[in-house]
Design a protein around this ligand. Sequence first.
Ligand SMILES: Cc1cc2nc3c(=O)[nH]c(=O)nc-3n(C[C@H](O)[C@H](O)[C@H](O)COP(=O)(O)OP(=O)(O)OC[C@H]3O[C@@H](n4cnc5c(N)ncnc54)[C@H](O)[C@@H]3O)c2cc1C
Length: 346
Amino acid sequence: MPCSLWPPINKEEYKGVWVYLERDGDKLKDVGLELLGKARELAAKLGGTEVGGVIVAGTEEMAREAIYHGADKVVIVENPDLRVYTPAEYAEAIAKVVAKYKPEVFLIGATKRGRELAAYIANTLITGITADCTALDIDPKTRDLLQIRPTFGGTQLATIRTPQRRPQMASVRPGVFPKPPRDTSRVGQIIVEKVEISRRRTRLISVEKRLEKDVADLPPVESSDIVVAGGRGLGSAEGFKLLIELAKLLGGTVGASLMAVRAGWVPHNRQIGQTGKTIRPKLYIAVGISGAIQHLMGMQESKTVIAINPDPHAPIMQNADYAVVADYKQVIPLLIEELRKIKSQS
Ligand SMILES: Cc1cc2nc3c(=O)[nH]c(=O)nc-3n(C[C@H](O)[C@H](O)[C@H](O)COP(=O)(O)OP(=O)(O)OC[C@H]3O[C@@H](n4cnc5c(N)ncnc54)[C@H](O)[C@@H]3O)c2cc1C
């Protein structure tokens, strides 16, 4: 039975299989195109209903690409404030488009952003969502979307339905369905919708690029004799650049605390500690790391530990062979300078 508090819906009003088309800069992500292929199959089973797509802050070129991959209609949400992704505002805009066009089925790629959006949108529309489906089908009798996904640790497959609410929502990971062939003879409708956002809940202050590329060339933490690790005390991804330079001069690599990984400064494979890597380097330099027990668990077997921290009482200082009570911004550039001098002399 549907909840009595939910506003009633008329299922007959919902038509079509629609897909959220996530952007990757000025291109559409493949997962959206893959879902358009599946959407065509589902639409055929629903009696030849239309296939639609929604792009937030997209271009006509992107919309055409979606049409070449199976969409009959693409809505581009236009709002200059939505050029940069923020979950609540994107979800509101997409939910408004979905509420207006009323698709029977709405599919979302289970990317990091897609997962986040799917829950927001389903909640706004008061409907169900099955995450990470590995197969989708239609029950021809009820027109229910059969949302199939592994369960109980992958030992069983569950088929989930949303019999009372519309749209029926599902997310699917990238690569689960094949990308349909690009057919440039296909034509479709492109609609630009100006969508207002009721209230901005997120304000973008700055964009910091992850140092993914800069650290990708460095050896892994578990196979390096020298690890220069950074924590929240670095203050920004910029701070990590100094550590990368120092690590390169020492012939080592960079590691990080959980907080530095959470801040998005370096990828998770650099994390040292209980929920990261356990390492035993000859030299461990901890910079801007407090030395929480969970961090110490990953590096306490290091032969020599140097800690750089302005707080002499930080636990890492008690666990270090050399505790340098200082701001890293003063110490690391000096170390780099000295090492450069030594290198140029040798
Ligand atoms: C179940 C569980 C698992 C966890 N697993 C891990 C794990 O695997 N790895 C991990 O690291 N943590 C883990 N944690 C988190 C851990 O408890 C700490 O929160 C985390 O290690 C703190 O990171 P941090 O030292 O970078 O930040 P903080 O504790 O905030 O420390 C920052 C330090 O930087 C210093 N500092 C500030 N300014 C400067 C400056 N200018 N120069 C130099 N130093 C400066 C400060 O004095 C401070 O000591 C886990 C926690 C839990 C509950």
